[in-house]
Write a protein that binds this ligand. Structure first.
Ligand code: C2E
Ligand code: MG
Ligand code: MG
Length: 582
């Protein structure tokens, strides 16, 4: 009902109808004015005597209808109509002419004339009825065109993100292949899947999920070059055709840009999330010379990326250490050797009370000095270790090294300062972990409270019931549990309530941007106050400036770690630093 009412008003004639009368005969023009002055509708009538003037007028002014004579001094009605069509003018035209030639009627009708009125029979009513009908038809046609456009958009674009959808994507992909085939060119295809999307949907609901998709879509639109296509295939799956990117390096650098854009924290329904993305890269024609094989291979690489916990994988290069000199030996080969030949060691970074300066803990950070690969950061090799049983060996090696070191420091007179060890998510699957950890402590005469295990927030969010059981057992025994990189993953205080967490470490991303972004300030402030209310210690990571140090204490975050306090140090240097600080 409502819709019908709007429909009617939409197509009703405008209140004052702006008419253009085109006739080279002054008397005829005057006659039309006179006839229409008696009609019911109100008209604003402009008139011109030539075709050229008519076109100029139509281009310059908004008009509702044109009454067009056939024989004009400078051109015929047919000429005028052709020009009107060529200019894309959509104003309805009614022929008003003395020429009664049937063929002419057909010809002008074909050129889009709405009606044909013979001058001889002209009356006010005839004119106004024809104008009214033409205006209604024009309005209807316009609505039809709009609807058609909308339908077209709907069939080619994804409503939620505004990105091209599957249909348009496949069309563009086939086009890209044809083009590349013809010119012998190359292009890259990226398959992308968000990492924690399912968790968002499950925990915060589908509306939040939609918000995430819309935000990610808008980031994709911002970063994509005009020539490239980023499309949403469905769910949390996206894809991109990078035209003109003809090298793997080029594709990787764009993939990195996309990863950075997705990794920026996003605010959804009062939560701050970082969903992350896994990208598979395939290049035409090396990794497939038709749409289906190219897609399958990019997809394959994407799943490999997910399994490896790497951000991206190039098809055919999975399970390779990305920066290894040769680029061809799997990193796990080197890692086995590293374990046996003791290339792994720990560095230690103090954690202090930002107000009093007192040392409240020390975090042990794993280092790998490889004769073949050089210095490798844990971020680069832990994901590989996690895919095999190696992670277990590495974890217990790090726990043993850290606890040995703590015993040594205690023997040198350092009072009880707990050591924090980073724990890989994979280890939480092992139900025997708590007993083994407690045994490591006992065998050195250390207390459970001497050890804090750091687990990243992302690991917690995606972990299963088993992980909860393992953490609960550890916490019950008195081992400290710390949530690392808090705020960068799937921020939810639910886990803190469920498990007896003793510490939260605010991700250094928030700390870094503290002075520039007010949003980060409010995130840090709310994490600090929520944690305080739950009796959980808050530690800021990555403090690099005195300014941030001060700001953090003002925001209620009184513990911290960072280069500004101390870089991670070798064991002996840590003791020197500790003595100097004390
Ligand atoms: P994390 O646990 O969040 O460790 C803090 C990281 O921030 C360390 O990098 C540290 O060197 C760095 N850092 C400290 N202060 C600052 C600062 O002021 N500015 C900046 N930009 N960075 C700072 P690192 O040692 O490369 O470790 C990276 C990540 O690797 C760690 O993040 C942790 O998640 C993981 N990791 C480190 N050691 C181990 C380990 O023994 N086992 C496992 N499973 N993971 C480890
Ligand atoms: Mg840590
Ligand atoms: Mg951290």
């Amino acid at each position: 009902m409502q819709a019908d009412e709007t429909d009617d008003s939409d197509i009703s004639a405008p209140k004052v109808i702006r008419l253009l009368v085109v006739d080279d005969d002054d008397v005829d023009r005057e006659r039309i004015r006179r006839l229409l002055s008696r009609a019911q509708s109100e008209y604003e009538i402009l008139d011109v005597g030539s075709g050229a003037e008519a076109i100029d007028m139509l281009l310059a002014t908004q008009l509702d209808c044109v009454l067009l004579d056939y024989h004009l001094g400078d051109m015929t009605g047919t000429d005028v109509l052709r020009r009107i069509n060529a200019e894309g003018i959509v104003t309805p035209v009614i022929m008003v002419t003395g020429v009664g030639d049937e063929q002419l009627v057909v010809e002008t009708m074909r050129l889009g004339v709405y009606d044909y009125l013979p001058k001889k029979k002209l009356s006010g009513k005839l004119l106004s009825d024809a104008i009214e009908a033409s205006l209604q038809r024009a309005a209807l046609e316009q609505r039809l065109a709009e609807m058609q456009q909308k339908l077209e958009r709907m069939s080619l674009y994804d409503e939620l993100t505004g990105l091209p959808n599957r249909n348009l994507f496949f069309d563009r992909l086939n086009q890209a292949i044809l083009n590349a085939e013809r010119k012998g060119g190359r292009f890259a295809l990226l398959m992308m899947d968000l990492n924690l999307f399912k968790e968002v949907n499950d925990t915060l609901g589908h509306e939040a999920g939609d918000e995430v998709l819309a935000e990610i879509g808008s980031r994709f639109r911002q970063i994509s070059r005009k020539s490239d296509t980023i499309a949403r295939l469905g769910g949390d799956e996206f894809t991109s055709i990078l035209h003109g990117v003809d090298s793997i390096e080029g594709a990787v650098s764009i993939a990195r840009k996309i990863i950075a854009a997705v990794n920026e924290p996003l605010a959804v329904s009062g939560n701050v999330l970082q969903v992350g993305v896994s990208i598979g890269i395939a290049v035409y024609p090396s990794h497939g010379d038709e749409a289906s094989s190219l897609l399958t291979n990019a997809d394959h690489a994407m799943y490999q990326a997910k399994r490896n916990l790497s951000d991206y994988v190039v098809y055919g290069e999975h399970a390779r250490y990305p920066d290894a000199a040769s680029g061809s030996v799997p990193v796990s080969n080197y890692l086995h050797k590293a374990m046996d030949e003791k290339e792994l060691y720990m560095m230690y970074q103090p954690k202090i009370n930002l107000v009093s300066g007192a040392v409240v803990g020390v975090e042990s950070l794993l280092r790998w000095r490889s004769p073949e690969l050089g210095r490798v950061c844990p971020d680069q090799f832990i994901p590989f270790a996690e895919r095999s049983a190696l992670i277990e060996r590495i974890t217990f090696a790090t726990i043993a090294m850290s606890l040995d070191q703590l015993s040594a420091w205690q023997a040198q007179g350092m009072p009880s300062v707990p050591v924090s060890v980073n724990l890989s998510a994979r280890m939480l699957d092992d139900i025997g972990l708590p007993d083994r950890v407690l045994h490591e402590l006992e065998s050195r005469g250390l207390q459970p409270a001497d050890l804090i295990l750091e687990i990243t927030e992302t690991a917690l969010a995606s972990s299963k019931a088993r992980a909860k059981q393992v953490l609960t057992a550890l916490a019950a025994a008195g081992v400290g549990i710390s949530i690392d990189d808090f705020g960068s993953g799937f921020t939810s205080f639910r886990y803190i309530r469920d498990i007896d967490i003793s510490e939260i470490k605010i991700d250094r991303l928030f700390v870094k941007n503290l002075s520039e972004e007010t949003r980060d300030i409010s995130i840090v402030r709310s994490i600090a106050s929520l944690s305080e209310s739950m009796d959980v210690r808050v530690v800021a990571e990555g403090i690099e400036s005195k300014q941030n140090w001060r700001l953090l204490t003002e925001l209620g975050c009184i513990h911290g770690q960072g280069f500004c306090i101390s870089q991670p140090l070798p064991a002996e240097q840590f003791m020197q630093w500790y003595r100097a600080a004390g």
